[in-house]
Design a protein around this ligand. Structure first.
Ligand code: CP3
Length: 354
């Protein structure tokens, strides 16, 4: 078993950082598109355990990463709560119904993951069976705020005005919706852990739309609620994209790892993670995914600079957001290879530069 990721997450001394890429499953790989075409559509694919397992495992061979991430989507939770979505080709997710009032909220259901999200749990079992211990499996969900954004707006948005408006216009309704999402997500993540995932990542993709004060006062308590009890079971990563203005507040959460976006200063984040109240945090990140459009020589140099700045220990090498759909497979491979070949500056180089 390649347990490099799990050792790094325990804070054990490792020879190099483990590496995987957000959005490594799907998107760029031609072999993904073939399975997707066979399945019919995106949702058919993720509701079919054998096919979901196949595309989860593809990147292990295609890129040589040290972890698999479950092929699914964060939007399965709002759907299980009673708000179905469609993924419209080249447009993105669309929810025919949204939550704008107390009456809308009252129509939502309590989620029982064993029935409502059974297809995901079945996929996890098939994946673990097929992985046969090659690499650990990462489960995931959206964070309460990011799911709230989609449930209120019904589609992607540049600055989530309707969702932010609801926070101010109707604090009680927005808090009730955040609580409902948190409870559903908590049950879902516990079910993923029961099914065998080794690590869990919580994607707060739209954290950057909020001020520090608002995030701390209105969202962070729900994050605490979500994480409580989870992090005692498996290592948990919190990735709050655009949230470096409250990274210090995030470092108070009972999680193992903080995910960094590419805008975040690495040395500053490391100092902050080392000083976290519950003990040092692992950092995951944060190469700008657009670096992967450069030639492999530049990809390698930028990846090595990233590890120089983050350090080898308590680091998980990754991108600062998901892989873009048109990044060539061999450029993704160059990134992974660069991490595997990382060697810290030799003693001689260190003396010369000193
Ligand atoms: O990381 C992985 O490879 C595992 C699978 C995964 C998907 N979505 C598959 C997917 C994960 C972890 C996600 C998370 C997700 N989904 C997030 C959080 C991460 C982030 O990017 O910030 C968000 C915001 C979503 C919502 C979502 N799903 C959007 C906006 C879209 C549309 C377009 C796109 O590709 O980003 C999706 C669809 C989606 N989810 C695809 C894949 C592979 C594309 C489906 C296809 O066209 O075949």
């Amino acid at each position: 078993m390649n347990d490099l990721l799990l050792r790094a997450l325990k804070g054990e001394a490792v020879e190099r950082p483990p590496v995987w890429m957000m959005r490594q499953a799907g998107r760029t790989l031609p072999e993904y598109r073939a399975v997707r075409a066979e399945a019919g559509g995106f949702k058919d694919l993720l509701m079919h355990p054998d096919r979901a397992a196949e595309v989860t495992i593809q990147p292990i061979d295609a890129y040589g990463v040290d972890a698999a991430i479950l092929f699914s989507d964060i939007l399965v939770v709002p759907e299980a709560m009673g708000l179905p979505y469609n993924l419209v080709e080249k447009v993105g997710p669309r929810f025919p119904e949204t939550i704008r009032s107390r009456a809308d909220l009252d129509r939502l259901r309590e989620v029982d993951p064993g029935t409502d999200l059974k297809y995901v749990l079945n996929a996890i079992r098939v994946i673990l069976d097929h992985l046969d211990g090659r690499v650990p499996l990462i489960g995931f969900s959206g964070a309460p705020w990011t799911i709230f954004c989609y449930m209120v707006e019904g589609k992607g948005s540049k600055d989530w005005t309707l969702a932010r408006r609801m926070l101010w216009e109707d604090p009680q309704l927005s808090d009730a919706l955040l609580s409902a999402i948190t409870q559903a997500t908590k049950a879902y993540l516990h079910a993923q852990i029961d099914a065998g995932v080794h690590v869990v990542q919580i994607f707060d993709s739209w954290a950057g739309s909020l001020s520090r004060e608002l995030y701390v006062q209105r969202i962070l308590p729900h994050m605490h609620d979500l994480l409580e009890g989870l992090s005692a079971r498996v290592p948990v990563t919190v990735f709050a994209k655009g949230g470096s203005h409250f990274l210090k507040d995030l470092s108070t959460l009972p999680c193992t790892t903080l995910g960094l976006d590419w805008q975040t200063d690495r040395r500053w984040a490391r100092a902050l993670a080392d000083a976290a109240p519950g003990g040092p945090k692992v950092l995951q990140g944060n190469l700008d995914p657009s670096v992967l459009y450069a030639n492999p020589g530049i990809i390698r140099a930028e990846t090595h600079r990233m590890i120089d700045e983050l350090g080898i220990q308590r680091t998980i090498a990754n991108l600062g957001h998901g892989l873009y759909p048109d990044i060539p497979t061999d450029h993704g491979r160059a990134f992974v290879q660069a991490v595997k070949e990382y060697a810290p500056a030799t003693e001689q180089e260190t003396t010369t530069s000193a």
